[in-house]
Design a protein around this ligand. Structure first.
Ligand SMILES: N[C@@H](CCC(=O)N[C@@H](CS)C(=O)NCC(=O)O)C(=O)O
Length: 202
């Protein structure tokens, strides 16, 4: 049975699952079903009561949320795990993942506030709060960038997608400024075929 991914080409959370699948050698098994979760007649609720992408439908059930999708994909692959199980590797990867995932979460909240609300209701204080979260998390990751390496794991995949989303939706944030280590890391990681094949678009 194929793995069916409810998918949107602009979603960084979906991209995370696609890059993870590719890095795990499972890209061929994923069947994408284009899904506009914002369309009034969307049928996403059939698979996900929360109305979100990514949602991964498999013979083992439906997986909701990017982390769970990645965990499931990792369990299907025979190679090196992208979510390590040995504690010495596992906790650093999961801690970095939480920061990178939080950047995506804040960036998506920013974009939704800006694009989905009538302009008169957009709350500048809310936008500033999200931008501050992003900046602080980037600074924390900048300080750790030496430990990332160029290999793919849950954290690096998520960080690559977070930075790609900032370029795509929030270029004015200028995340590269004063962050040379992340800039250098992203230039290499962003050139991986899994990243190039999943560049966000509308
Ligand atoms: N924590 C979830 C967040 C997923 C999410 O927020 N997806 C957005 C698209 S980027 C969505 O479907 N939003 C629709 C909504 O919030 O109703 C994950 O890791 O997958």
């Amino acid at each position: 049975m194929p793995l069916t991914l409810r998918y949107s080409p602009a979603s960084p959370f979906v991209r995370k699952v696609l890059v993870f699948a590719d890095e795990a050698g499972l890209a061929d098994r994923i069947e994408r079903v284009a899904t506009d979760v914002w369309a009034p007649d969307t049928d996403i609720f059939r698979d996900n009561p929360l109305g979100k992408v990514p949602t991964l439908v498999s013979e083992d059930g439906t997986f909701v949320g990017s982390l769970l999708c990645c965990e499931y994909l990792d369990s299907l692959q025979a190679g090196r795990r992208l979510i390590p199980s040995a504690p010495a590797e596992r906790w650093p990867v999961l801690r970095r993942h939480a920061l990178a995932d939080g950047i995506i979460e804040a960036a998506v909240a920013y974009v939704v506030e800006q694009l989905r609300r009538p302009p008169a209701f957009v709350h500048q204080g809310f936008l500033d709060r999200q931008a501050d979260k992003i900046r602080r998390a980037l600074d924390a990751l900048e300080a750790q960038a030496g430990a990332f390496g160029q290999g793919a794991d849950l954290a690096t995949v998520t960080l690559g997608c977070a930075l790609g989303y900032l370029d795509f939706r929030l270029p004015a944030l200028d995340w590269r400024r004063a962050r040379p280590a992340l800039t250098h890391w992203e230039a290499d990681f962003g050139a991986r075929s899994s990243m190039v094949a999943t560049r966000p678009h509308l």
